[in-house]
Ligand binder design. Structure first.
Ligand SMILES: C[S@@+](CC[C@H](N)C(=O)[O-])C[C@H]1O[C@@H](n2cnc3c(N)ncnc32)[C@H](O)[C@@H]1O
Length: 353
């Protein structure tokens, strides 16, 4: 059969791919700039020549010249041809230099770059259909994940998400027992411990290096009412929790039903489980936008392999959506699931008996 080719459509698609190639490389350049301290070095300095930036940072002028050309062409920095200098605007600084600001994208970028670092393993996993444990991802992936999620938690967790749940904030202020399951580097646990000093927070994760990092962070922050334990979601210790939460981790678990069942069994009768999951619609058709593009990609190389590497290996994926999550929670024995809050990237579900 002779297929008619619409050359205009081919050109359009090829043009889009060129834009994507430019974007992929720009993220890598932004990562180099982040790790080499270049955005910070430019922040607040006005215009600097290549030689001045080289002097300030001690970096090779030849490399800086090429790097500055790329990031300026990307619009991440500004090139001033009249005097051959470079600058960072306050808006660019918020996105590339100011660690901890909600607009800072460096954690997101680090998580993307981490996927290129182990691309052969991803191909192998994909072709074999086997799982790939979370622990097999690179260090850059763990740090990038925490760096990416933390500003969103800092901006929303205690000011919006917890207050949106019925009666929970009052309990936590008075003093409650909190389990943060799949806590990773512990940012969410530490934020809750700081906001609710009368409460006791226990962060659980089965990835030992993450728990060690969480302990280091809590110590550095000087927070005493939080501690961390290596434990899996299906059988972490303790009983009679007032509040349990999972941040962006249920879909990474092999047995999310088993994890949710254990939460139900270890919560007090009137306790609340707050489930934070990536924003998604209930069908793939609802997720055909850039956020879906991003989450399905991470799900292909990180989340779904992490789930398939565990017992049960349900692999619900990072775009499961509220309907599928509700099925999981009801199978675990919970009676009520309500969307309590949301951001453009997360949904917050209030789950009760
Ligand atoms: C995407 S990370 C999220 C980490 C953290 N909650 C955050 O928001 O930064 C997923 C975490 O779930 C943990 N995890 C996955 N399956 C688990 C299981 N069955 N039991 C305990 N932790 C698990 C991983 O070790 C990882 O730290």
């Amino acid at each position: 059969m002779i297929q008619q080719i619409d050359t205009r459509k081919v050109e359009e698609l090829a043009g889009k791919v060129i834009g994507d190639v430019a974007g992929a490389l720009s993220l890598f350049m932004a990562y180099i700039g982040d790790q080499a301290g270049l955005f910070d070095a430019l922040d607040g300095e006005g215009r600097l020549s290549v030689a001045q930036l080289a002097q300030k940072t001690g970096l090779n002028e030849k490399y800086l010249h090429e790097w500055l050309g790329s990031v300026s062409a990307a619009g991440y920095l500004n090139f001033h041809p009249e005097d051959e200098t470079f600058s960072i605007s306050p808006e660019q600084a918020l996105v590339f230099a100011r660690e901890g600001q909600p607009a800072c994208m460096q954690g997101f970028i680090q998580a993307v770059v981490s996927q290129y670092e182990s691309h052969e393993k991803s191909v192998e996993t994909f072709r074999s259909g086997k799982g790939r444990p979370w622990s097999d991802q690179s260090e850059c992936c763990f740090c990038g994940t925490d760096r990416f999620f933390r500003p969103g938690y800092a901006a929303n967790l205690t000011s919006d998400w917890i207050p949106s749940l019925g009666g929970v904030e009052e309990k936590l202020k008075a003093g409650a027992k909190i389990a943060d399951i799949g806590c990773g580097h512990g940012s969410s646990s530490i934020l809750m411990a700081q906001a609710y000093p009368n409460s006791e927070v226990i962060g659980f994760d089965f990835h030992e290096p993450s728990i060690e990092e969480a302990r280091r962070k809590a110590k550095a922050a000087g927070v005493g009412n939080v501690h961390f334990e290596v434990a899996s979601a299906q059988d972490y210790p303790g009983k009679a929790y007032d509040f349990a939460c999972i941040f962006d981790a249920l879909h990474d678990m092999g047995d999310p039903v088993g994890a949710a069942r254990h939460i139900r069994e270890t919560l007090k009768e009137d306790g609340t489980f707050m489930l934070v999951e990536p924003m998604a619609g209930d069908s793939m058709a609802d997720n055909m936008h850039p956020l879906g593009q991003i989450f399905y990609a991470f799900s292909t190389t990180v989340c779904t392999p992490a789930s398939l590497a565990q017992d049960v290996g349900l692999g619900i994926g990072a775009q499961a959506g509220q309907k599928r999550l509700t099925e999981v929670l009801e199978e675990a024995g919970f009676g009520s699931v309500r969307r309590a809050s949301e951001t453009p990237t997360n949904m917050v579900l209030e789950v009760t008996a």
